[in-house]
Structure formats: C-alpha cells, structure tokens
Design a protein around this ligand. Sequence first.
Ligand code: NAD
Length: 517
Amino acid sequence: MTQTIDERQQKVQGYKARFAERGVKHFIGGQWVDSRNGETFETLSPIDGSLIATVASGNEADIDRAAAAAKAAFPEWRDMGGAERKKLLHKVADLIEARADEIAHLETLDTGQAIRFMKSAAARGAENFRFFADRATEAQDGSSLPTKGFLNYTIRQPIGPVGVITPWNTPFMLSTWKIAPALAAGCTVVHKPAEWSPVTAALLAEIMDEAGVPKGVVNLVHGYGETAGKALTEHPDIKAIAFVGETTTGSHIMRQGADSLKRVHFELGGKNPVVVFADADLEKALDAVVFMIYSLNGERCTSSSRVLVEAAVYDEFTAQIAERARNIKVGDPFDPSTEVGPLVHPKHTQKVTSYFDLAKAEGATIAAGGTFDGNFVPPTLFTHARNDMRIAQEEIFGPVLTAIPFENEQEALEIANGVRYGLAAYLWTSDVTRAHTFAHRLEAGMVWVNSENVRHLPTPFGGVKNSGIGRDGGDYSFDFYMETKNIAVSLGTHKTARLGVGQAQPARDAVDKKLAE
Ligand code: NAD
C-alpha cells in the first residue's frame, strides 16, 4: 500500500518525537545519562536543516565512565557460554527486524540516505547479528598442533573491552558490523558513533538492552572525534579500536593509541576503479557502474568512483552513463521512488561540490550533473579525465564519477593501481584468463569480476595501501577481537637439559685431586 506524503511525514514525526523531547543520551553501564559536564550538540536533518534532537557531547570523563563499565562487565561476559551469547545475539537480530521500519526512517532523517536503501541496511544489520550469533559457539576454537612428546593446542580468548568508532554514511549497518562480532567473541564494547548521524546508535543500544545484553557489556558515548573519539583511543583499559572512517583519521588514531599499544583495525577510504574492457557485457556493466557510484548518494566506501573504459567503447559507454545519471530521481529521501537523497551535511556538500570547479580547472568535462541545491547533488559525471588529476586521485564521497579512457591492459592496470587507496576494484571482461590475471595484479583488498559489490559475510572485507589494515568477516573478525594462546602440554617423554649437575662433578674432582697433591 503506498503512503501519502502526509502519512509519511506523520510516521517520521512519530519516530523522532521521543528523541526530540528527551534528547539523545549516552548509554553507560545500562543507564541513559547526560554528559558529566552537561554539554550537548545538535543533530540536524540534511533534508531541510531542521533540528532532530540535541545530543549529549561526551569527553574524557564520559569515556572514562564507559570504559570502567565495560571493564567491570568483561569477566562475566567473557565467561558466559557461547550458546547463551548466541541466543542473546539472535534476540538482538529479532528486535532489529521488528523495528526495521523505525530504524530505516530515523537513518534516512539523520543521514539523507534514500529510504529504499535504508530498509535493506536495517535488514543487513539484523543479518550481521545472526551471522555472528551462529559463530559465537565456535569463537574460542583453536587448532591442535601435536609434535613428538608434546601436544600443542591453541585457544582464542576475547581481548577485553574494545572501542568501536563509526562514520556517518550508513551508521546503523556499520555499527552492527563491528559490534556483533565483538560481542560474539566475548568482548565488551564502548561505541562512539559519528557526530553527524548519531540517532540510530541510540536505537541499537536500546535494542541490545531490551534483548537482555547485560548492563555494561555495550556502552555508547556520543561526541566529537577530537574529544570523545580521541579519549577512547587513548584509554588504557580499552584494548583495541575497530575504526571505520577516513584515512587521515586512521593516522590520528594510530598516533593516539601508540602509548597504550592499542591493537587497531581500520576500514578507511577508497577511490575504487571499475575497469570495463570492450569485450564485456556492456549492458550489465552499465547497470553495475551506475549502481555502485550513485546508490547510497555515493557516500559509500566501496563506491566505484573511477570508471576506466577501453578507448574503443569509451565515448558510447560514458554517454550511456551520462544519460542514466540525468534520469536518476533526486529528491525527498522518504519517497520510495527516490534514488539519490541529500548529502549528509552542508560541510560535506561544500566539499563534494568544490570538485565541480576543480574538474573544469583541471581540463575535464562535466558530462552530467555538476549542480546542487541545498544538500541535493544530482549524479555527476566527469569525462576526459586523466589519472593524475585530483578528481581522479581524491575520495570525493558523493554521487560523482570520474571516467578515464585506456588503450590496453597494461595501461588499465597502471591507472587502476595508480592511487594511494586499495579498498575494492571491479572488473568487467568476458576473457576468463584476463579476468584472473588482471584480478591478481589489482592492488585492492577485494575484487569483484563482472559484478557490483555483492557481499558474502564469511569472506574477508578490507583494504590494502591507505584503505585499511586488517580484515572483517567470518573468522577474520574473531582474529581481531581475540587473542590466540598456545598451550604446550608435555606427554612426559621429552628430556630436559640438566644444568647444575653433569659438568660440575669432574670439575670438582679435579679440584679435590689438586688439593690432595
Ligand atoms: P571520519 O574519519 O571523519 O570520522 C569517522 C569517525 O571517527 C567519527 O565517529 C568521528 O567522530 C571519529 N573521529 C574523528 N577524529 C577522530 C580522532 N582524532 N580520534 C578518534 N576518533 C575520531 O569519517 P567520516 O567522514 O565520518 O566517514 C567517511 C569516511 O569513512 C570515508 O573516507 C569513507 O571511505 C570511510 N568509510 C570506510 C568504510 C570501509 O569499510 N573501508 C566504510 C564506510 C566509510
């Protein structure tokens, strides 16, 4: 049943009402609390700049309180059986599913992402919990490495309280992607969500509490990166930081965590190439290229923001992208037919649109878009670009695609690899040998051949070069949130070298002999 605009607005008002009234608070040790110093900031909707809610703005004292709660809750959570944890995490997934509509609407209100995508993002949040819930029972499993006289075996143990720091683009889904494996592993968590879209983090905390996750196991502290985020990365009781965000922030976190030797996991920026050879199924390639840059407002780490097209088909292929880009529906993100909503924040809009003048100054052509109204930025395509231009090198993180022609495989590879990033790469060709050899030589953590980004949760997710450190997914996540311990048990047959006996006796005999002479 389709809703009228009034019905849609009423629904959103209903969902936002309690946050508007009470504000968005921290969740520490099972209590909803204000900042110690009472500071707050406002979260505004990128749709029209209206106030959604005031949000508690945390600093060192609040992080300290949250870290203490996570530390106190750790032993019991660590020692809880995997089967019990599994049950709890499935309950979280059930509740996410039950409240998926509310999550999707509040996410759209806070981020500007189109509701059609946020509905599936909420479902994916539930899937993340289910996936790791099912693995909670085997998280501690190790391997047996017997040798002569010994049985070596390994076990995995949760590392301790961990910090999770998330960005603003699809905050709910990304938070679940980090928090679910941490909890399944037996870690307790302090979560610091992004200041531009904090609302659904509160929903997630509420849901976990309702599901029966014990108090202190998950804590939420809102605030700015330079205050709350920094304090979290420096806290001595926080054993590891799982971070998703910009590459430069990753560098800051590494420095901040150095004194406490923090273990870090980084999912950072990208400037992901999609390489289209003339022998590819160009119709399918077109669908995938358009989807991977213009869905989620282009605010997506795995977006294919550079399209590299073989020269023979470049003009026609880019003309088709431009036509599709012009047809994409930009507008009210709550309208189910909208494909691109407003960008998250006026500052981000300013950054994204600053590349329009730059593109012209660098000698590229704006073949579609290149305008904006408020935070609404229509899909934009730059053609006739070279890889050394800033529009081809820098992560724009909006609905903006840079198209570059190439003559042959070698040139395509040099362009694809010629950026500081290496998160994802996409490759379109019908030549099976080329598909494999080219994929092997691409500098990226993940390569999709003849496909857009289709996730399978057990596969490793992460980047190389400046796009990240470490992998998530399946067992890879447990490797980060857990320590592997080796236990060597002697079977009683090995010989220990003896000191303080043996050699000493003849030496003493020689001394006695000397004295007797
Ligand atoms: P950001 O780095 O500005 O902020 C991310 C988080 O870090 C926020 O919560 C912020 O408050 C916090 N932060 C900022 N400075 C900090 C500091 N000094 N210490 C501790 N925390 C600090 O990123 P953003 O603008 O929110 O998100 C967009 C970026 O995220 C893009 O670069 C995008 O590619 C990246 N991203 C990567 C992935 C991935 O999986 N690789 C996924 C989504 C987004």
